[in-house]
Design a protein around this ligand. Sequence first.
Ligand SMILES: C[S@@+](CC[C@H](N)C(=O)[O-])C[C@H]1O[C@@H](n2cnc3c(N)ncnc32)[C@H](O)[C@@H]1O
Ligand code: SF4
Ligand code: SF4
Length: 391
Amino acid sequence: MKLGLRNYGRIAEAAITRRVPVYAHYGITHRCDLTCKMCGIWRYGNKKEELSVEEIQQVAARMRRLGVVQVSIGGGEPFAYEELELAAKAFVDEGLNLRLLTNAVNVPRERFDRVVDYGVRNFSISLDSLYPARFDYICEQEGSWESAVRNMVYLAQRLRGSGGLLVMNCVVSNLNLEELPDMVRFAKEIGFAVSFLPIELLRTSGEGVRNWEARFIRHRPEMGLQSGPQEDVVGRIDRTYDTLVHMKAEGWPILNSTPYLQASRAYLKDGRFPAEGCDAGALYFSISPNGQFTICHRTSHSYKHFLDPDFEDFFRSKEYEYKRLMEAGACEGCMRACWIDTSSMFRTLQGFFETARLNLQAPKANPVQEREALTWARYDDIDIVPHAHAQ
Ligand SMILES: C[S@@+](CC[C@H](N)C(=O)[O-])C[C@H]1O[C@@H](n2cnc3c(N)ncnc32)[C@H](O)[C@@H]1O
Ligand code: SF4
Ligand code: SF4
């Protein structure tokens, strides 16, 4: 990952002050071409609320002025935004290090080519299983696995030697827990690193909307670990996470820090969030499709709009600092790797060196070709939802 002198300066300043927003997430749209079972964002898709390319150029310029180094554009599905290519270019042109988070399933190659031509080098692509039938069941679209994998291999070949970091985003659930070590092996073969995110679900179908984020997740008991055989649920989680921590120490391309993996293990067992404080609104922030600023993905919206002419003064004001401390302090916590690992990177030496090592480490020099990647698909007869009989 090439950062440039300006960005190294910002990272050093953030390490000292913990008050430079080095990371920003921009959900460019809530629209999506898939209807994944655990996700509810696609239900809120509304083209009318989205910013124009000109407004997005202003967002990018403002982010640069605030000190942002790394921006992730997600959604919804970012490629559902028709002019994503020009939007991406706006961030690259401002010298920001851009990552696109995509399902890659229905994205034509020419669109990937265009964003790469505009300078995007970092992509995170979701893949939750090596069983096509299981992944297609999660995404609710037949052929999703094969299509995503073909595009992953295409990008790995296209970006070989470019310094980009390709990441496979994998949501850990009752469906795939035992698959995770093989997902790491597969990712390495195709030139990717892996990021594991424990599944977050509504506990009951009638659970009220506690906050903005709760609108985006769903009640899918069969995907929760607590739906497996309870006498062994702790053993299942421990066996997998022991292996992942071990693989991480051996140098396998697992993007999460070791403290994050341990926190995920605890969360999956009993729903407990990490106890450490949170730097939301200081080291990172989030922008919604309509340009609303929030301190992270899951907050109230009582801040100025990001394109408000006074926003930069507001962001540096005591009023803002007080508001964001109150909000983060009152929060029950979360398991979002991007926030937690950004904090961990600046709070602990282990976090810092683990992140630096993975970002500097060259990906597999010769990622496998498409034909070989597709041989990893598993077609043996399995229960798509393992342990379903125990419910
Ligand atoms: C919301 S999507 C947006 C980007 C893109 N559409 C994609 O799927 O990669 C970002 C990530 O959130 C994950 N996700 C969705 N619902 C989740 C849930 N209930 N718990 C944890 N992660 C979830 C997705 O699998 C994906 O990796
Ligand atoms: S996880 Fe991503 S691809 Fe799936 S429905 Fe949600 S936004 Fe769409
Ligand atoms: S812990 Fe709370 S405030 Fe901090 S990033 Fe997570 S949801 Fe936001």
